[in-house]
Design a protein around this ligand. Structure first.
Ligand SMILES: [Zn+2]
Length: 385
């Protein structure tokens, strides 16, 4: 979901953003509740009361979706998968995982955590609604608990549809991944299931609307047909992203790092002053970072963001070795590893570039932009089936 997002805060260190479409849905849901649903299920209340209750309900629905996404996020973070942001938009939310889960079991647990949260909320709210039903003075409370509980139940159930990228599709992908031991293929097959289910939902929705228009189905059901069509089209479109992702993954998995690395690595001597390094290297070559060597031995990496922490007056007397990031195994990869493994390592360890090391010697440098440029030129392989 591209477009405009508005950040409302952070939870667990994750930026929480609202897509612009969400405001329309919020207003629409509040209006439907205040003018239709609430007056019908709870007659005899004031105009202000209906609008107040409708606003609270819409906020609770928003919280339900947020808690669902946080369920995914908590489990993902336990597997050291960074969550770039949580976006709440018209059909719910997305927790943006920045890398694939390490194993099928992790994929399964992350995927199931969201619906699990929704089902627990549904269970609690529906139990409350049963307890307060018929109690004098609690009729409004009963209506809200029943409504929000039901929506959480629907949220959990809809997300369990076995089509990628829905949660059920991720569960399916985890199973296929465990069975085939081939993540890109598992992604492709579960995304194809997403295309199929999306189409099925959309066709069902259109059939319901047509039936209502022809008088074969009660008119009140027509709105459900509309929603079903929208959800189906949404899933159909989102699954296409899964197919693209699978093709890119399969392509990157076949390219060795040796093919995408820069071979003429420009290194900086650790004894050089920062001022000299900026003039002779950063400005001359325009690269974002350079390996640092001393006596033929690689000792670290220095990048533009290392310079930003240092005031310009210090440039002439501080040495590169003082501001560099010391070398660590997270910064290196072998030439035979796949480009996919390289990108995964960069994301996991927050490294924008990796040194390619063979027999203890630096033979190349690989960057994320370099890999993506290579793929752009070479093209993505057609799927193998
Ligand atoms: Zn989910």
């Amino acid at each position: 979901m591209g477009g405009r997002n508005w950040q409302i805060g952070r939870i667990l260190g994750i930026p929480i953003k609202i897509h612009i479409s969400w405001f329309l849905v919020f207003a629409f849901v509040t209006w439907v509740l205040a003018t239709g649903y609430l007056p019908e299920s709870l007659p005899g209340q004031s105009f202000a009361r209906y609008w107040g209750m409708a606003g609270v309900t819409a906020l609770c629905l928003f919280l339900s979706v947020l808690l669902h996404e946080l369920g995914h996020s908590v489990v993902a973070q336990r597997y050291r998968i960074p969550i770039g942001q949580i976006t709440l938009f018209v059909f719910g939310g997305v927790a943006h995982m920045q890398r694939e889960p390490p194993r099928p079991k992790a994929e399964f647990l992350i995927a199931i955590a969201g619906p699990a949260v929704s089902f627990v909320l549904a269970g609690m709210l529906l139990s409350v609604s049963v307890v307060v039903e018929g109690k004098p003075g609690l009729a409004g409370f009963w209506v809200l608990a029943l409504l929000i509980g039901t929506v959480n139940l629907q949220l959990g159930l809809f997300n369990l549809i076995p089509g990628f990228p829905l949660d059920g599709g991720r569960v399916l992908r985890a199973g296929l991944w465990a069975w085939l031991d081939d993540l890109p293929r598992a992604t492709r097959l579960s995304a194809l299931a997403g295309r199929g289910f999306g189409l099925f939902l959309a066709v069902t929705g259109v059939t319901v609307m047509l039936g209502a228009a022809l008088g074969r189905i009660p008119g009140a059901v027509a709105a459900n047909g509309g929603w079903l069509t929208l959800l189906g089209l949404f899933l159909f479109a989102a699954a296409k992203g899964g197919l693209r992702q699978a093709a890119l993954h399969a392509t990157l998995a076949r390219i060795p790092v040796a093919d995408v690395m820069v071979r003429d690595v420009v290194t900086i001597d650790g004894e050089m002053t920062v001022e000299e390094a900026v003039a002779r290297y950063f400005l001359t070559y325009g690269f974002g970072g350079f390996p640092v060597v001393e006596g033929g031995q690689i000792i670290g990496m220095v990048a533009t963001n290392d310079l930003q922490g240092l005031s310009r007056t210090m440039w002439s007397w501080r040495k590169v070795r003082d501001i560099m990031t010391p070398w660590s195994p997270a910064m290196e990869i072998g030439p035979d590893a796949s480009a996919y493994a390289a990108i995964d390592q960069m994301v996991r360890d927050g490294q924008p570039r990796l040194g390619v090391v063979k027999n203890g010697g630096l033979i190349g440098l690989v960057t994320r932009t370099g890999i993506m440029r290579f793929v752009q030129v070479r093209g993505i392989d057609p799927p193998a089936g």
